[in-house]
Every structure is written in C-alpha cells, then in structure tokens.
Design a protein around this ligand. Structure first.
Ligand code: ADP
Ligand code: MG
Length: 344
C-alpha cells in the first residue's frame, strides 16, 4: 500500500466536538475484533483530518495486531494499480493482494465515481473482504448517497456499516490544534517566544482547513526563527498576509452558480437562462437561496446576476427553498452540502 505518515497518530489528533464521533469510531475500529462497523465510512471537507484518522487507525491496529496485513491506499492508487494489472496481465496477483489483507483502507473513494471498470473491481474486492469478515475503512469528501457517478449498489454497500462525518472546525478545536502544534515547535526551539493573543488571532482568522492553519503556524515559526524575533501579532499579520487575505475571500454569485450547476449536472447557462423545467428551475432557486445566504447582495442585484430576473422572482425562489428545506430531507442535505463546499 501507500506509506503511512508516522505523525498521523491518535496521540497527535486533537479531539473536539466536530470530530469526536469520527474519532471514537476510528478508535473502536483500530482495536480490531467484531465491532460491526463494516465498513467504517468517514467523510468531510478538505483538511478536516480524514487521512490523519485513517493512518492513525492503521498504526494503532498494526501495533495491536503485528501479524495482520493492513493495506492503505487512495482510490486513485487503487485505480492506477488496477489499470496496470490489466495492462500487464497480472490481474490475479492484483486480486490476490487485496483478498489477503486483514484491513483495507481506501482514501478519497469519490475518485472512482464515473470510472466504470474500476468501480466494478472495487465492488468485487469490497464484497470479497466483507464476506471474509475483514475490516474496511473508507473515506470520501461527502456521504455515499451524495457521490455522483457512483453505482447504486456501491453506495448501498458503503452505507451498510457506520457512516460518520467530520464537521467543519470550531474556534475551540482550531485553538486546541494550534496549541498542540506550538508545543511541538517549542520543544524544538525553546528560545522562540510567542506573544499573547497570537494563537487566538489565528484560530479566529484562519477557518478554512486545518492544513492551512498548520502551514501558517509553521511559516510563522520559520520566519521568527530566521529573524530571531518574537512572534507578535504584528509579525503574524505581516508574515501571513496572503493567507489571511485568501481566507477572507468572499463567496461570489459566480462561484455559487457554478457549484450548483455542477452538482445538479446542468449547464451553467441554465442558471441564468429562461428554462422552467423543474430539473433546471429547482437548482436555479437553490442558487438564488445560497446567493442570499452567503453573499451580501441585495435581491435586485441577485436578480440581475440571474439573467435579469425581477427581485420578486428571486424572493419567490428563496421562499420556495426555505419552505422545501423544512419538508424535503434530501433537498435539505443537498443545500447543506453545497453550503459546506462553498464555504470550504
Ligand atoms: P483530509 O484527509 O480530511 O483532507 P488530513 O487528514 O490530510 O485532511 O488533515 C490535514 C492536516 O491537518 C494534517 O496535517 C492533519 O494532521 C491535520 N489535522 C486535521 N485535523 C486534525 C486534528 N483534529 N488534530 C490534529 N491535526 C489535525
Ligand atoms: Mg485526505
């Protein structure tokens, strides 16, 4: 499989409200034994710790069961190897390798959506392992039902174990992660001073994802160490100006229309066009609703951006979605997902 990062352990994983369930499930699966979470399906936005948790499971399980075979790889690597095996006529070896593991972990499974022969092979591998009582751990950027282009039978298979999501980070979790990473840096460079309020400032201002947060802290320490300066608020603002700026990036109506069109598989032009068919009109109304929620544009402005529609049309669209999210669970999930993707 792919190499495991030795730093991605349970010990280095900070637990907070947004990830406590995913963490608990990961711990349980790592213990081995008949837990019944098969597969464990972890999902969430970029940089929220899916890969970290998967590696942590692998490390911990391997420590408890030194003779067990753990195979961790990304869905992309799965496809690559499958294609290679087909080309080199080593498909039996390929199948054998997967059928012999005790735990199979496939990261970012959304990658195989739309790739038919790879999905087919994945489905057989999955079934063979589950039938033998082997543990499977899968991650994706969204829930199985939300992965477009994934076969129904795979979605239903992926949903038979435990599905847990990593929620967007909270201020408390971000601060906790920063404090823990800072301890790590300070252990290596004890003479570096970090001013009060700096970590709080970063936790407040860098909300996109944990990877960016970590990168910012790392850069800050490198910068301060080179210049032999204390890390003050001013140093942080200056040194991280670019990151702070992108994090402030406003969501545009363009972004919203693009994402919604992509999600519902309609043309971007239909967002602003006149079609009234439900399969086009509904996504358009969702985009209007998100434009109102996620931008500071007025209704007339939103109307202009939706092909010059009147503000009452926009209002009607928004009301319709407000109403639907309370009664149509699937639609509410769609809207929540789109919001999450746009805010990521
Ligand atoms: P994902 O796979 O969900 O995109 P990763 O697992 O690659 O995210 O996490 C991105 C970075 O953030 C990694 O360096 C990881 O160690 C770190 N990270 C994410 N969540 C946490 C956490 N709760 N505690 C400590 N580090 C975290
Ligand atoms: Mg990942």
């Amino acid at each position: 499989g792919a190499p495991l990062d030795p730093r991605y352990t349970f010990g280095n994983f900070i637990v907070g409200k947004p990830n406590e369930l995913a963490h608990a499930a990961a711990r349980r699966v790592a213990e081995g034994g008949p837990v019944g979470f098969n597969p464990l399906f972890l999902y969430g936005g970029v940089g929220l710790g899916k890969t970290h948790l998967m590696h942590a499971i692998a490390h911990d399980y391997q420590t408890r069961h030194p003779m067990a075979q753990v195979l961790y790889l990304s869905a992309e690597q799965f496809m690559y190897r499958f294609v290679q095996a087909l080309r080199e006529s080593t498909i039996m070896d390929f199948k054998g390798m997967f059928r012999n593991v005790n735990m199979l972990m496939v990261d970012d499974v959304q990658f195989i959506a739309g790739k038919d022969s790879t999905q087919e092979e994945f489905f057989h591998t999955f079934n063979a392992l589950v039938d033998q009582g082997k543990q499977i751990v899968i991650s994706a950027d969204r829930a199985p039902a939300e992965i477009k282009g994934l076969e129904e039978r795979i979605k239903s298979r992926l949903s038979c174990g435990l599905i847990v999501d990593l929620h967007p980070t909270t201020y408390e979790l971000r601060l906790g992660i920063l404090q823990s990473k800072t301890e790590g840096f300070r252990a290596q460079q004890p003479d570096l001073e970090i001013g009060t309020g700096v970590l709080e400032f970063l936790a407040n201002r860098i909300t996109t994802n944990v990877r960016v947060l970590e990168g910012a802290l790392q850069r800050l320490f490198a910068h301060a160490s080179l210049l032999r300066r204390e890390i003050t608020l001013e140093v942080a603002q200056e040194c991280l100006a670019d990151i702070l700026r992108t994090n402030d990036r406003k969501i545009s109506i363009d972004d919203i229309q693009r994402k919604v069109a992509e999600h519902y598989n309609i043309r971007l032009a239909d967002m602003v066009g006149p079609k009234r068919a439900r399969n086009v009109a509904r996504p358009r109304q969702i985009a209007m609703y998100l434009a109102k929620q996620l931008t500071s544009r007025s209704l007339p402005e939103i109307g202009r951006r939706f092909g010059g529609r009147d503000h009452t049309t926009i209002m009607h669209g928004i009301r319709k979605i407000e109403e639907l999210v309370t009664e149509d669970h699937a639609l509410a999930e769609d809207v929540a997902l789109l919001k999450r993707l746009l805010e990521a």
